[in-house]
Design a protein around this ligand. Structure first.
Ligand SMILES: [Ca+2]
Ligand SMILES: [Ca+2]
Ligand SMILES: [Ca+2]
Ligand SMILES: [Ca+2]
Length: 305
């Protein structure tokens, strides 16, 4: 209410403010939305700002159809929710204190009260656009991992799969399938974003992260795993002249072990949902389109063995 009074005072002072009875509230919130984790039967998205304390919130049922908003099968995915003022509601509220512990709480903070509550009328539209990006977070950016042989800049079409294991390089945390994670094979030795200096122990045509025989001794790295833990990095030949160098990087250690397993592979799906409220018709606002904000989350996906 303080802000309303402030804006109203400005209107009185500025002679060009001739809207008469219309108060314009500026919704100068940050863009980021928060999702209440305490509420299970509904999705409750909100954002808060201070000075004065205000919130924008959108609540809608956590149905399987609405689950797709946060984890769609295609990107972009766009659709609308029709606000009905019962199960699907959009509110602009003001408070006499910080509502942080009020909005999601099953037992609200008794010292904070809602001082004004403006609600979008039935028929208003909550329009959303969901997009996602997949990445393996292995230290090598997707645009470098995918050779883009089809020229469409989409790594998921005609994906580069160096080790032909069915997992595209941009989602593969072990690009040569040698059971040493790409990020642990020094793909960018001086960490400057240029991968031309990738570690290449045996000096052949392939850097270690794409070489399934890193030391070029004829025994695949994956099989130089003495304890057969699916991790060749902790296996050393104590009789070697370089006993501190792991077998897979020691060309004089050529024992082969019957390893059958592979590292489990997972990748991140970074999901972004942006909401716009249309025809909100809040009595306090003179705009019909409200940029509600953006919610971002990350889901970890696993490939089947
Ligand atoms: Ca692969
Ligand atoms: Ca990769
Ligand atoms: Ca390798
Ligand atoms: Ca070796």
């Amino acid at each position: 209410m303080r802000k309303l009074l402030y804006i109203f005072s400005l209107c009185l002072l500025v002679t060009t403010c001739n809207d008469g009875d219309v108060f314009e509230v500026v919704l100068d919130f940050e863009d980021d939305l928060t999702l209440c984790s305490e509420v299970s039967e509904d999705y409750l998205l909100y954002k808060i700002k201070n000075t004065p304390y205000e919130s924008l919130s959108l609540i809608f049922p956590a149905t399987s159809a609405n689950d797709l908003i946060f984890n769609p099968t295609e990107s972009p995915y766009t659709d609308q929710l029709v606000i009905n003022a019962t199960t699907i509601r959009f509110n602009y509220r003001t408070y006499n204190g910080n509502p942080e512990d009020l909005i999601c709480a099953l037992i609200p903070d008794p010292s904070v009260n809602i001082t004004n509550d403006y609600e979008a009328a039935s028929g208003a539209i909550a329009e959303f656009v969901t997009t996602f990006v997949d990445q393996d977070d292995d230290g090598i950016p997707t645009e470098i991992e995918d050779l883009n042989t089809d020229g469409d800049n989409d790594p998921s079409t005609n994906p580069t799969d160096s080790d032909t294991d069915g997992i595209p390089d941009y989602l593969d945390v072990d690009d040569d399938n040698d059971n040493v994670l790409t990020k642990n094979e020094n793909p960018d030795v001086n960490d400057d974003g240029d991968f031309s200096d990738a570690l290449n122990t045996d000096g052949d045509d392939l850097p270690n992260y794409l070489d399934d025989d890193d030391d070029g001794d004829g025994v695949p790295t994956r099989l130089e795993d003495e304890d057969m833990s699916n991790s060749p990095t902790n296996d050393f030949d104590e009789g070697s002249q370089t006993p501190n160098v792991a077998r897979y990087l020691d060309a004089t250690a050529v024992e082969s072990y019957a390893v059958s397993g592979f590292l489990q592979n997972s990748y991140d799906r970074i999901i972004t949902v942006s909401f716009t409220i249309l025809n909100a018709n809040l009595e306090i606002l003179n705009t019909d389109s409200i940029n509600f904000g953006t919610y971002t989350s990350t889901i970890i996906n696993y490939f089947e063995d």
